[in-house]
Write a protein that binds this ligand. Structure first.
Ligand code: KIV
Length: 286
C-alpha cells in the first residue's frame, strides 16, 4: 500500500488544515517547493484561493484594482483594515499579510508601530508588508523587535512611482544591482522574515535569493526566487492589459462581459425572469 492511500494519510487529509504561521513560511527558504502567494481583497475570493496558497496579501494594489485609482498612493490604513478583516474571515489556512500604505510608516518607527499594531489588532492578520530598503531597515527592526512580523518589498516599489519615474523593471544592467542588493540585505538583516522582490532581472533575483537568509518572494523576478506572488485579478485576466511577467490562467474580463451582455439582452427581450425564477403565491390554507 502506498503511503498516499494509507488510512493514516486519509486521516491526515481529513484533519482541518491549521493556519500557516511565520515559522512555517520561514521554513520555505531554499525549499524545493516554492511558496505560493496571491493578493486577496475580499472574503469570497480569499475563500477560493485559501486552500491553494501559503500566503494571501491584502496589497495596496487594491487601490488600483478595486477602486480605479491611478496609483497606490491614495490607499489608507482604514481601507487595508476593512479588506484585511474580510480576507481573514474568508480564509483559514494561508498566512494573511497586510500592506502598510504610503504615508503610514515612513515618518518614524513609532508611527509605523502605531499603524502596524492597528492593522494586526483590528484584522487578525499575522504580518505587515513595508516597501523600502536601507532607509526603512531601522523601522523594520523596530517593528520586529516589538512582535510585528514584517515582509519587505524591494526592487520596483510602486509607492515610489513618482521618484522612480514609472513602473520600470529594475537591475537590467549590472551597474544598477548594488543599491537593490543592499536594500534586500538590509531588510533581511533587520529581521523581515520574507521580502517581495518586484520587477528585477533574473540574475539579480538569483543573487538576492542566494545572499539573503529570508524568504524571497518574486513578482516579475523570475523562477530564481523562493516563492511567487501575483495580483490575482491580473492572472485571472480581468483586465485587457497586464504586465509582461503575468501569466493569465483565465479570461475573466471577456467571461464577465459576455455574461452581462447576455443578462441585458434577456431582460430587454423579456426572456428573464421566466416562471422558473418567479415566486408564486402559496396555496391558501382552508
Ligand atoms: O500591493 C500589492 O499587491 C503588492 C504585490 C504586487 C506584491 O505589493
Amino acid at each position: 500500500m502506498s503511503m498516499q492511500n494509507s488510512p493514516v494519510s486519509k486521516e491526515k487529509d481529513k484533519a482541518p488544515r491549521r493556519r500557516l504561521t511565520v515559522p512555517d513560511l520561514i521554513a520555505m527558504k531554499g525549499s524545493d517547493t516554492p511558496l505560493v502567494s496571491l493578493t486577496a481583497y475580499t472574503a469570497p475570493m480569499a475563500g477560493l484561493m485559501d486552500p491553494h496558497c501559503d500566503m494571501l496579501l491584502v496589497g495596496d494594489s487594491l487601490g488600483m484594482v478595486l477602486y480605479g485609482m491611478d496609483s497606490t498612493l491614495g490607499v489608507t490604513v482604514d481601507m487595508i483594515i476593512n479588506h484585511g478583516r474580510a480576507v481573514v474571515r474568508g480564509s483559514s489556512h494561508a498566512l494573511v499579510a497586510l500592506d502598510m500604505p504610503f504615508g503610514s510608516f515612513e515618518a518614524s518607527p513609532e508611527i509605523a508601530f502605531a499603524n502596524a499594531s492597528r492593522l494586526l489588532a483590528e484584522t487578525g492578520a499575522q504580518a505587515v508588508k513595508i516597501e523600502g530598503g536601507v532607509t526603512m531597515a531601522p523601522t523594520v527592526r523596530f517593528l520586529v523587535e516589538r512582535g510585528i512580523p514584517v515582509v519587505g518589498h524591494v526592487g520596483l516599489r510602486p509607492q515610489s512611482v513618482n521618484v522612480m519615474g514609472g513602473y520600470k523593471a529594475q537591475g537590467r544592467d549590472e551597474d544598477s544591482w548594488k543599491p537593490i542588493l543592499d536594500d534586500a540585505r538590509a531588510i533581511a538583516n533587520a529581521g523581515a522574515f520574507a521580502t517581495v522582490v518586484e520587477g528585477v532581472a533574473e540574475p539579480l533575483a538569483a543573487e538576492i535569493t542566494r545572499k539573503t537568509d529570508n524568504v524571497i518572494i518574486g513578482i516579475g523576478a523570475s523562477a530564481a526566487c523562493d516563492g511567487q506572488i501575483l495580483v490575482t485579478e491580473d492572472m485571472l485576466g480581468l483586465f485587457e492589459w497586464s504586465p509582461r511577467f503575468v501569466k493569465r490562467y483565465a479570461s475573466l474580463g471577456p467571461t464577465i462581459t459576455n455574461a452581462v451582455a447576455g443578462y441585458a439582452a434577456d431582460v430587454r427581450a423579456r426572456r428573464f425572469p421566466t416562471d422558473k425564477e418567479t415566486y408564486k403565491m402559496l396555496a391558501k390554507k382552508s
